[in-house]
Design a protein around this ligand. Structure first.
Ligand code: IPE
Ligand code: IPE
Ligand code: MG
Length: 249
């Protein structure tokens, strides 16, 4: 990447946006409703943000839907989330396909019930040929899981004599982590007011610009999205260099 490219990436629209969709439960609770209604209301925001990203020619959108730690929630909430996930996958595929959006699920799919695993495979297959944008849904995903999984795959190859330990470097590790087939995550947004990563993209977010929004996910729409894009455009991305190095004279 040339120095002027580095600078340009700060003013252009991000190629890859990742979002920690947080605040569904509080949104519902603040209205005296059960938490699951917040999750349901959050689906509308997903649809809206997918459309906004498509309009702005964002190449990849990665949404954190269920973390590897979310299994710790009350059984009833987990069950309802799984049901919602299954329904949404079935219901939304047609619209995604119509809009040229390829769906990809990242995370440890083996942790889900066989029926949901099958639904995931089907939804991915139905949108496999779509080329306008990639929508990655992180489900049973954890950044630590992602890195451990990469390490395990490399160890297996090493045992099989396919690679030597000396060949393990950042580029190789990257190949075995999720999203390596897509652009770097330029912008990582978290809604809902908390300022933490919660085990999301630990490897991939090394140089992402972070944006924390107080808006709860079901209320997240065009205005909040624009605010995040404006913040991104105002950042100077230095990638370890000095400001003078990346700002063209
Ligand atoms: C995020 O909203 C969605 C999931 C984690 C599935 P939350 O359910 O975490 O909402 P809050 O943080 O409790 O408000
Ligand atoms: C992160 O939100 C996971 C998702 C948005 C899917 P959480 O609500 O689970 O995060 P913590 O527990 O507040 O860190
Ligand atoms: Mg939360």
């Amino acid at each position: 990447m040339s120095q002027s490219d580095l600078h340009r990436s700060a003013v252009a629209t991000p190629r890859h946006i990742a979002i920690i969709m947080d605040g569904n439960g509080r949104w519902a609770e603040s209205q005296g409703k059960p938490r699951v209604l917040g999750h349901r209301a959050g689906v509308k925001s997903v649809r809206e943000v997918v459309a906004l990203c498509r309009e702005r020619k964002v190449e990849s959108l990665t949404l954190f839907a269920f973390s590897s730690e979310n299994w710790r929630r009350p059984e009833r909430e987990v069950q309802l989330l799984m049901k919602l996930f299954t329904t949404v996958l079935r219901r939304e595929v047609r619209l995604l396909k119509k809009n040229g959006v390829r769906l990809k699920i990242i995370g440890d799919i083996s942790g889900f019930e066989p029926k949901l695993q099958e639904r995931i495979r089907l939804a991915e297959a139905q949108t496999a040929e779509c080329g306008q944008m990639v929508l990655n849904i992180a489900a049973n995903y954890g950044g630590r899981w992602d890195m451990v999984d990469a390490a395990r795959q490399m160890a297996t190859l090493a045992l099989q004599g396919e690679i030597t330990p000396e060949q393990i470097d950042e580029a190789l590790m990257d190949r075995f982590t999720c999203l390596s087939d897509q652009a770097e995550v330029d912008l990582l947004i978290r809604t809902g007011g908390e300022q933490r990563i919660s085990n999301f993209l630990l490897w991939q977010a090394a140089y992402s610009e972070l944006f924390f929004s107080d808006t709860l996910w079901p209320d997240f729409g065009e205005a909040a999205f624009e605010e995040a894009l404006e913040a991104f455009a105002s950042r100077q991305r230095r990638f370890g260099q000095t400001g003078a190095q990346v700002t063209p004279r």
